[in-house]
Design a binder for this molecule. Structure first.
Ligand SMILES: [Zn+2]
Length: 270
């Protein structure tokens, strides 16, 4: 502990010295420039309409893009809406802002901490950024080497569910919940994960693992599927449970093995 105090004192002393030393004009200019760049970045994150000039408004979705969107976006949004209709915390009057990025590089700009995600939902503001999408084919790709495709309609449903969870439990409250509960529920509503369900089920049954984020999402979705469809839990029960992801998956495995009805582990829709 005394060593920790020494380190903290050393850092404190360094900061005090730094504060006392007068800054050069060049250094102050560099600080001001950095602050301006950061402010400009935050403004674009908050109001991406500045760069996504095209938009389509349909029901409770506002979809923005750089180039005109194919009319098939309406079919995609209809499918998204049907998925959200089955969500117990859906708010049909809530407006969802969706920004379709034109490339993986553009998506990385808006989601620098999760560059290979299929989409990102900006906390508090709830701007939804979609990685590269083929609206005609209803497909989103994330640029990863594997587990790199999902349907656009399900990805939008997943991200809208993040927004609905934040509305229901509060942004701070939801950030404090285990990520398997959030991601599992969002994927369960979306009816899809990027992991091949037959492979995932086999791996869970054989006790094998996979370090990819895709497998984590598959495990989370399978756990929520068990709690929803077998235990008939509400979303509040899921969010408040002290059970871990491993606990729930063990129960799901036991239930599937002892079922006379040949219950599947993964959601039927997958
Ligand atoms: Zn998510």
């Amino acid at each position: 502990m005394s060593r920790l105090f020494k380190v903290v004192n050393t850092i404190n002393a360094a900061f005090r010295r730094q504060r006392k030393r007068p800054k050069s004009r060049a250094s102050r200019a560099a600080d001001a420039l950095l602050t301006m760049i950061l402010m400009a970045y935050l403004i674009v994150l908050w109001f991406p309409q500045i760069v996504f000039a095209r938009s389509v408004s349909y029901r409770n979705f506002q979809v923005y893009s750089v180039a005109p969107l194919d009319p098939n976006i309406i079919t995609v949004l209809d499918k998204t809406e049907r998925r959200l209709d089955a969500c117990e915390i859906n708010e049909p009057q809530a407006v969802h802002r969706v920004f379709v990025c034109p490339s993986h590089a553009a998506f990385r700009f808006f989601s620098p901490f999760q560059p290979e995600a299929f989409a990102a939902n900006l906390p508090f503001r709830h701007n939804i950024f979609i990685n590269t999408a083929d609206v005609v084919g209803d497909v989103v790709t994330n640029g990863a080497k594997q587990h790199n495709r999902r349907s656009l309609n399900s990805v939008i449903a997943h991200e809208c569910t993040h927004t609905l969870l934040a509305d229901r439990f509060g942004q701070i409250g939801i950030l404090g919940r285990s990520s398997w509960k959030q991601e599992g529920y969002c994927d369960w509503v979306s009816g899809q994960t990027s992991f091949e369900p037959v492979d995932g089920e086999r791996m869970l049954e054989e006790g094998r693992s996979d370090s990819s984020p895709s497998f984590f999402y598959f495990r989370s979705c399978t756990a929520v599927n068990y709690l929803k469809n077998r235990e008939h839990w509400s979303i509040s029960q899921i969010m408040d449970t002290s059970l871990t992801l491993d606990d729930v998956l063990a129960k799901a495995l036991h239930s599937a093995r002892s079922s006379d009805e040949g219950d599947r582990l993964a959601p039927n829709a997958l």
